[in-house]
Design a binder for this molecule. Structure first.
Ligand SMILES: Nc1ncnc2c1ncn2[C@@H]1O[C@H](COP(=O)(O)OP(=O)(O)OP(=O)(O)O)[C@@H](O)[C@H]1O
Ligand SMILES: O=C(O)[C@H](O)COP(=O)(O)O
Length: 400
């Protein structure tokens, strides 16, 4: 494995335009950041570069606008939270390429910080389009990748730029890889994974490899509904990707072959709508009403999950067990998080969790600080765990 070039190898940063790729895909409610963990974790690197007289030009994505300029996916509302965490002003440019970006970068003085608008407003970002990468590269002298949590994407700002400009790993990128390697390279067994959340189509495939690496797999959140549907259960109006039923069945078979115990919910909290305090009832998973929406795992499922955590020596977790942002549909996530935190504090469990919303959920449960390690990465963390090479990480490896 070739080592990375890091900021220590970048020489003097004074007067240099540093294109710093960060992950600011933070949980928001309207225009308010509800969990600033991802912001706080990149602050030391921004300060380090700025304090050396570098001009910090931040590149980031938000949401999945797929090349369209969707106002709901603007990074502008993140600026106040970023500026507050940094304790310095942060300028903002309404585009990440072209005249708006060029003028804002040209106006930067040494040590100042600028955030460019969502890279995913351009289709070239996700296509890793060379012309778009060149346009991004025009605004930097060097490139620093700090977005471990987006390193599983081979996009222009996460991979392409590393081939255009002198490229370095940021401090958080280094710290994440170090911590995950130390904590999980040879994990104490049995290992339990909890995978929940809402990004079903982009995460379901990796479960196929994950079942060969872990001893128990809890499938929760929106992800569980697709599996319940694959087992022939009616899931009403729940978040469910029915066209992935075959994939789910294949994963259950692979788990069986790998002797990985799969734990699916056996009861669910079903609501009439996706709203805090919506009318709700707890039902067995084979009795979900047609008009109902599964928003959380029920108490019997929580009991099973807690008992499984008690058997495990290592826990890896990505994706909440329910719609934890909406009371009372946070109950299963909060209970499981607190249970894992207690086991960790008692020295009985190594617990590693990651993901934008997962970290927010752990913090909401008051459990985050007790986990052994909390990563900013969700999907990237799971792919790393699968043993996959992450394009954003590979592109940083020092050549020659
Ligand atoms: N049953 C459910 N129905 C609908 N949404 C759900 C359900 N369970 C969980 N969710 C939603 O899943 C979202 C989090 O999923 P996601 O996969 O994005 O996790 P994450 O920790 O942010 O990981 P990543 O960093 O990869 O995005 C939350 O917003 C939560 O409301
Ligand atoms: O939230 C995340 O996991 C990262 O920001 C990557 O987002 P994506 O799944 O939309 O690529």
């Amino acid at each position: 494995m070739t080592a990375f070039r890091t900021l220590d190898d970048a020489g003097s940063l004074k007067g240099k335009r540093v294109l710093l790729r960060v992950d600011l895909n933070v949980p928001m409610e309207g225009s308010r950041v509800t969990d600033a963990t991802r912001i706080e974790r990149v602050v030391p690197t921004i300060r380090e570069i700025a304090d050396q007289g570098g001009k910090v030009v931040l590149l980031a994505h938000f949401g999945r606008p797929k090349g369209k300029r969707e106002p709901k996916d603007s990074l502008a509302p993140v600026v106040p939270a970023l500026s507050e965490a940094l304790g310095r002003p942060v300028a903002f440019a309404e585009d990440c390429v072209g005249e708006a970006a060029k003028a804002a970068v040209a106006a930067l003085k040494d040590g100042e910080v600028l955030l460019l608008e969502n890279t995913r407003y351009h289709a070239g970002e996700e296509k890793n389009d060379p012309a778009f990468t060149d346009a991004l590269a025009e605004n930097g002298d060097i490139y620093v990748n700090e977005a471990f949590s987006a390193a599983h994407r081979a996009h222009a700002s996460t991979e392409g730029l590393a081939h255009r400009l002198p490229a370095y790993a940021g401090r958080l990128m280094q710290a994440e890889l170090d911590a995950l390697t130390k904590g999980l390279e040879a994990p104490a067994r049995p290992v339990i994974a909890i995978v929940g959340g809402a990004k079903v189509s982009s995460k379901i495939d990796l479960l196929q490899n994950l079942v060969a690496k872990v001893d128990m797999l809890v499938i929760g959140g929106g992800m569980a509904n697709t599996f319940l549907h694959a087992q022939g259960k009616a899931v009403g109006k729940s978040l469910c990707e029915k066209d992935l039923a075959e994939t789910a069945t294949r994963i259950l078979k692979a788990a069986d072959e790998a002797r990985c115990r799969v734990i699916l919910p056996d009861d669910a909290v079903v609501a009439s709508e996706f709203k805090a305090n919506a009318a709700h009832e707890t039902v067995p998973v084979d009795a979900v009403p047609e008009s109902g929406m599964i928003l959380d795992a029920g108490p019997s499922s929580v009991k099973t999950i807690e008992a499984a955590i008690d058997e495990a020596a290592t826990l890896v977790w990505n994706g909440p067990l329910g719609a934890f942002e909406l009371t009372p549909f946070d109950a299963a996530t909060v209970a499981a998080a607190r249970h894992a935190a207690e086991r960790t504090k008692a020295g009985k469990l190594v617990s590693v969790a990651g993901g934008g919303d997962t970290v927010a959920a752990l913090n909401h449960a008051g459990a985050g600080e007790s986990f052994s390690y909390v990563s900013t990465a969700g999907g990237a963390f799971l792919e790393w765990l699968e043993g996959k090479e992450l394009p954003g990480v590979e592109a940083l490896r020092a050549k020659g």
